[in-house]
Design a protein around this ligand. Structure first.
Ligand code: SF4
Length: 485
């Protein structure tokens, strides 16, 4: 295939390359059947970005490109035509140029705005503007903006010395320092082109922050599991892994048995990381829990148990700033009965009622411990208590009954798990969610769907997911009680 007939390198390729080289390689050459379909949360993020973009575009006198973004050649012709006409602003514009090796480069700036100046079209030129939902002008956004500026320079035969990014604070668009960012972008682009020519994909390294929204996550994770890769061990970050690689400690067994003095000189392994990470390796090697050294507070005789116990979990929608579901599972051990109470705000303005329902419920079981997973539940009780004017002593009585099962777990035991999230720990213990695809992000998507479309099934799905989270917390609590005993 001639280079000019090769698939183009696009704005998205550059953006994704800056996050992970492997992703771009797999997008180009991977087996698309192994690519995950976008989940509800990813779709919601996309919809939010489109909505925000549409809102910002209202500020301009827009001429929109009519052709499909996939038909980049027609889109580029249309863009050129409108630029030559000198229209005030173009949305959906397509900028095309060529890499040094002849491959097409295709940029999709969100808006091209006419400015004073000179170009091959006449006494005007255009400035590219990208619209991002983020709050900060991340490096990846700036490099992509520099890519658009350079392509635009080729198209309008005049160096474009301005490129802007509109972020979530619309009053202040970020002006990109092109003198600094264009050379940086050119180096990145060179590396991206070389990556696409590799015979094999770049290595994977699973990290939560980078991989959680990637469509190749299951593919990479399957490979990591079959390789028993250290990246699956909690605490093994990329920086630490690079050191372990240099030391030849690349297997679970080697790490578990390593002499700690070999790791001690590296600051990455300071602050008690060595025993922690080696215990983690041993738990994986032996496929069984490893007790931690005794802790003065987290001891078996302090672990609460009662005839009636409450298991509590909150669902929140951060964009709307609302805690919309306070789910409580009441476990009556003597009667061998469980009852789930979803204290639900069907609309954000019903948050106070749902909160009041929750308060009445927990106070009706005045002595029962309230088990939850992580700190969010207690933080929210305190925050909403203040917001809704609940008496301090009354609030304190509830807070002192709260028991964080996550804290109890991580302080007392090292488990052969890939992380200490609720799903990972309860999953290890054999607990199964009725909907295995459900998670916090999906719940946000469902709530949004309910509010926008009135889809009752979405609301019901949240309640099922929330109840399962409460039941998963209960499963961990019971297991931990036995383990501590
Ligand atoms: S899952 Fe992670 S390592 Fe794999 S391609 Fe995606 S971002 Fe890269």
């Amino acid at each position: 295939m001639k280079r000019s007939d090769a698939p183009p390198v696009t704005t998205d390729d550059l953006l994704f390359y800056l996050r992970c080289a492997r992703r771009v390689y797999l997008d180009a050459h991977g087996d698309s059947r192994r690519r995950d379909r976008p989940g509800g949360f990813v779709e919601k993020l996309r919809a939010d970005a489109l909505e925000y973009r549409a809102e910002i575009l209202k500020r301009f006198d827009i001429t929109a490109i009519a052709s499909s973004p996939h038909d980049w050649r027609t889109g580029a012709e249309e863009t050129l035509h409108h630029m030559a006409e000198g229209v005030a602003a173009i949305s959906g514009g397509v900028l095309v140029s060529e890499a040094a090796d002849g491959r097409p480069l295709v940029g999709y700036p969100h808006v091209l705005v006419r400015e004073e100046g000179v170009s091959c079209f006449g006494d005007w030129q255009y400035t590219p503007i990208d619209i991002r939902l983020g709050k900060k002008p991340k490096q990846e956004y700036q490099i992509v903006a520099a890519f658009h500026a350079e392509l635009l320079s080729m198209v309008q035969c005049m160096w474009s010395d301005r490129a802007e990014i509109v972020l979530r604070s619309p009053s202040r668009p970020h002006r990109v320092d092109l003198e600094y960012r264009v050379p940086q972008m050119q180096k990145v682009l060179g590396r991206l082109l070389a990556t696409l020519d590799r015979p094999e994909p770049p290595p994977y390294f699973i990290s939560r922050s980078r991989c959680s929204l990637c469509p190749w996550l299951n593919d990479c994770r399957d490979r990591a599991r079959s390789d028993r890769h250290l990246c699956l061990l909690p605490g093994v970050t990329l920086n630490r892994y690079r050191i372990l690689e240099k030391l030849g400690l690349t297997t679970v067994e080697a790490l578990a048995d390593a002499d700690p003095d070999r790791l001690a000189p590296f600051p990455e392994f300071g602050n008690g990381v060595i025993p922690q990470i080696q215990a983690q390796a041993r738990a994986h090697r032996d496929a069984q829990p490893v007790p931690r050294a005794a802790h003065p507070h987290f001891t078996g005789d302090r672990f609460p148990s009662a005839p009636i116990e409450l298991y509590f979990d909150i669902e929140a929608e951060p964009e709307r700033g609302v805690d919309f579901l306070f789910g409580v599972l009441v476990v009556d051990r003597e009667a061998d009965r469980t009852t789930f109470h979803p204290c639900l705000a069907e609309s954000p303005d019903q948050e106070a009622e749902a909160w009041g329902e929750f308060l009445a419920l927990v106070e009706a079981h005045g002595d029962a411990p309230i088990f939850h997973f992580c700190e969010y539940e207690v933080e929210t009780i305190q925050r909403l208590g203040e917001q809704f004017g609940v008496d301090r002593d009354r609030l304190q009585r509830i807070v002192t009954r709260c028991v964080d099962i996550h804290a109890w777990t991580v302080k007392t035991v090292v488990l052969p798990v890939e992380g200490y999230a609720l799903k990972q720990i309860a999953g290890y213990l054999g607990f199964q969610w009725r909907d295995p695809t459900a998670d916090g992000g999906q719940a946000v998507y469902w709530y949004d769907r309910w509010l926008r479309l009135g889809d009752r099934a979405a609301l019901d799905a949240i309640a099922v997911y929330n109840e399962d989270d409460c039941r998963a917390t209960w499963a961990i609590k019971d297991w931990l009680a036995g383990f501590l005993a």
